[in-house]
Design a protein around this ligand. Sequence first.
Ligand code: SAM
Length: 197
Amino acid sequence: MTVDEKPFSQACENNKQPIFDVLGRVLTNRKKLLEIGSGTGQHAAYFAPRLSHLIWQTSDMPINHDAITSWLEDVPVSNLLPPISFTVGINNWPLGDFDAVYTANTTHIMQPSESKLMMQLVADGLPKGGVFCQYGPFNFQGRYTSESNAAFDQHLKEQGCGGIRDVDELVEWANSMNLIEKISMPANNFMLIWQKK
Ligand SMILES: C[S@@+](CC[C@H](N)C(=O)[O-])C[C@H]1O[C@@H](n2cnc3c(N)ncnc32)[C@H](O)[C@@H]1O
């Protein structure tokens, strides 16, 4: 795959620095992170070299592995690992002693049953004190945070995606994780920081 053929997400380019500003702080003492739904691999390629104290494990459905690999090839750092197959609803929680999990813009793509399962798998998979950084659009107390998110949710559902989840719903599914931070991000997104009790 040449550079020009690499899958590219403009949203990733726009949100990578604001997201990194949060991750750089929250992941200070973490050793090994699992990224769920790495997508194009752009986030991993940007974050891992800047978080050299931890191992960054990419993952996604096999169909996205070539894209992720093509972005990782440009970043020759030893703490960034090639994608493993992890599809919530199909695969078991991957082995790897992860003390942190990151996911961006996956919760509203998944079906509600998959989002619920992701919360449960992450909660079960993390050790005590482990953190889960969950980025994307979310609703609060049954309300959209913007008109554009309401339109986006409608669009998602028409495409067969699960749609924007409510934070209260996620709290209910999170079992043994506490929601310790809700950080407002650009473009009507949020970063939710969960910590295993
Ligand atoms: C909108 S993309 C976001 C990709 C990337 N994280 C980003 O922020 O650009 C959604 C991603 O979720 C992944 N995904 C969808 N359903 C999933 C599931 N059940 N388990 C794991 N990943 C899933 C897709 O393969 C895709 O990479």
